[in-house]
Design a protein around this ligand. Structure first.
Ligand code: GRF
Length: 216
């Protein structure tokens, strides 16, 4: 079975990258990671990629005169490695519409909130401040708007009275590692259809897949 080639963009420790690496270790998984790109040198995620024998590229955004030049270089590197799908996994740069348009409905992001609540940074802190009792994470198709785009998978976790930003982040992260590999598998195996703002998951019977929810 030919596997779909994926490029993963990171800026840090790469725990979500690791969950994708682990998933692709199964030969039955429909995607393989062809390349990991970091815009920050020497982050731990790059080590994870190397340990798994995956090609890496470090493209520091500060080395470029402007955003367009940086993105052009990232895009060229991904295309050079044959990446058909791009996964953002803790990639801390906003990507412009020209870049996003190169992988239409073929670019995923993982965000640590139940979108559309709490877009942007410090989402767990925002959730605690807002007093919500459920928090969670979302995998969505990337569009030029930040943390927007059709939702493929979400998982919810409880917010406990004793929670700090760290404890809540850790509970959410566990679920991120479940839903990202699942969502990528759906996209890579051609089971995702986009209708307007909605991503419809096809399980072969013409029915949407059940929402992924962990036990609470
Ligand atoms: C995750 O919480 C992800 O949802 C957010 O950035 C964080 C990256 O963590 N976009 P890691 O580098 O995957 O461990």
């Amino acid at each position: 079975m030919a596997r779909v080639k994926v490029g993963v963009l990171i800026s840090g420790r790469g725990s979500n990258l690791q969950s994708l690496i682990d998933a692709t270790a199964d030969p039955g998984y429909p995607a393989e990671i062809a390349l990991v790109v970091s815009n920050i040198p020497e982050v731990y995620g790059l080590e994870r990629a190397r340990a798994a024998g995956i090609e890496t590229a470090t493209l520091p955004h500060d080395d470029y005169p402007n955003r367009a030049a940086f993105e052009e270089s990232v895009a060229r590197t991904l295309v050079g490695a044959g990446c058909e799908i791009v996964c953002l996994a803790g990639f801390m740069r906003v990507l412009g519409s020209d870049f996003v348009a190169r992988w239409p409905n073929r670019m995923l992001n993982i965000h640590p909130s139940l979108l559309p609540s709490f877009k942007g940074l410090h989402t767990q802190r925002k959730a605690l401040e807002a007093g919500v009792t459920l928090a969670g994470c979302t995998v969505h198709i990337v569009t030029p708007d930040l943390d927007d785009g059709p939702i493929l998978a979400q998982a919810a976790v409880p917010v406990l009275p004793s929670d700090t930003e760290d404890t809540l982040s850790a509970r959410i992260l566990e679920q991120e590692h479940r839903i990202y590999p699942a969502a990528l598998a759906w996209l890579a195996s051609g089971r995702v259809r986009i209708e307007g703002r909605r991503a419809i998951l096809d399980n072969g019977r013409g029915e949407p897949d059940p929402v992924v929810m962990p036990p609470v």
